[in-house]
Design a protein around this ligand. Structure first.
Ligand code: NAP
Ligand code: F7E
Length: 326
């Protein structure tokens, strides 16, 4: 009965699936909150279904969170559930606020009443910084979110800080910069590129249509980042940390690297890229670069996977998925 219990919201997503693997490996009993679907399917955690306990619920439904926490009685809670696509947040701002913002209020209130000593990790985001002029961004950089997604996460960020200060609860924000993987949703730019490259190799298409290719991000590997989330909850005190690589690349750099990894010549890349207005956002965040020095000092955590390795992992996986070789 000494085994630790972890409750993951968003277990069916990119980070949730890696975190569940990581915690199972460490001997945790893992519970995950999943939404009802007309055709239940959890491709990213298919291989874990006999090892984790899935509980039906939704971040927009307080009662289901109440029931889930009562069943799991967790020592650690990882709140990864979100409407996580920035582009969609302009199309569904109310839903985004409900899931990402109010969802955190629902979770924290239920934790406070049911398992107040549980430690809570909140998946916060570099989108809080918006188009800041401070470079690189650190834990004290002022926030100026630039999308309904960023604003929803700003509310969540401050709820976490306030529950910590008001009720002495152990809850903390991982201000996490972009992290990708072979499990990344297909609409995010990195996976859209690697999947598109694989389709080009497989002769299923000729071009990848994109929006702002000059945007710059600090891209890491999701599998590395879930360890940082866990480390934050192994401490005696709750502390917010930036989780980042400290390296910045443009979308164009990602395109060039992905084609290179698939064996294309540099001069052939431009032919395969088209710009399409549909993929521009009403307002974009142009440059993000994280300063990971606090987490390196405080937790000894450092991103392991370099940019070119990350792109290779994703390209290789998509080529395999497509059944083609370089
Ligand atoms: P993801 O792949 O989109 O996963 C999101 C998860 O949330 C999915 O399991 C999804 O379930 C679940 N979810 C969505 N709406 C829900 C609701 N109403 N109730 C319950 N569950 C719901 O996202 P990710 O990349 O793993 O990111 C994990 C978290 O980190 C998110 O909170 C995201 O905002 C944050 N974050 C991500 C990054 C990044 O670069 N990846 C950076 C900063 C912060 P379904 O499978 O049913 O859709
Ligand atoms: O866009 C540009 C786009 O959608 C990156 C989420 O995990 O990280 C992620 O949000 C950049 C933007 O990620 C296309 O305009 C160009 O400047 O891959 P993305 P994101 O918006 O940075 C943060 C930290 C999170 O918290 C979020 O949950 O790429 N871009 N052309 C494009 N983006 C997309 N999606 N599609 C394009 O065709």
């Amino acid at each position: 009965m000494n085994e630790k219990r972890a409750f993951i919201t968003g277990i069916s997503g990119q980070d949730g699936s890696f975190l569940a693997e990581f915690l199972l490996e460490k001997g945790y009993k893992v519970f995950g909150l999943v939404r009802r679907m007309s055709n239940p399917s959890f491709p990213l955690i298919d291989h874990l279904l006999d090892k984790v306990t899935l509980i039906d619920g939704d971040m927009t439904d307080s009662h289901s969170i109440y029931k889930a926490l009562n069943e799991a009685m967790p020592h650690e809670i990882y709140n990864l559930a979100a409407q996580s696509f920035v582009g969609t947040s302009w199309k569904q701002p109310e839903l985004t606020a409900n899931v990402n913002g109010l969802g955190v209020a629902r979770l924290l209130e239920n934790v406070r009443n049911i398992c107040p000593s549980a430690k809570v990790f909140q998946a916060s985001t570099s989108e809080l910084y918006g188009n800041t002029t401070v470079m690189p961004q650190h834990e004290c950089t002022p926030f100026q979110p630039r999308s309904p997604y960023g604003i929803s996460k700003l509310y969540a960020y401050w709820m976490v800080v306030n529950y910590r200060e008001s009720y002495n609860m152990f809850c903390c924000n991982g201000i996490t910069f972009n992290h990708e993987s072979e499990r990344r949703g297909i609409e995010f730019v990195t996976r859209k590129i690697t999947h598109g490259v694989a389709e080009i190799v497989a002769r299923k298409r000729n071009k990848i249509l994109l929006g702002n290719t000059q945007a710059k991000r600090d891209w890491g590997y999701s599998k590395d980042y879930v360890e940082a989330f866990w480390l934050m909850l192994q401490q005696d005190e709750p502390v917010d940390y930036v989780v980042a690589t400290g390296e910045q690349h443009s979308v164009q750099d990602f395109i060039d690297e992905a084609f290179k990894q698939a064996g294309f010549d540099k001069e052939d890349v431009a032919y395969h890229i088209g710009i399409d207005e549909r993929y521009y956002r009403p307002a974009d965040v142009n440059y993000l670069l994280g300063d990971p020095s606090k987490i390196e000092r405080g937790l000894g955590w450092k991103a392991k996977t370099k940019f070119s390795e990350l792109v290779k992992i994703m390209v290789d996986s998509d080529l395999k998925l497509m059944g083609v070789n370089k």
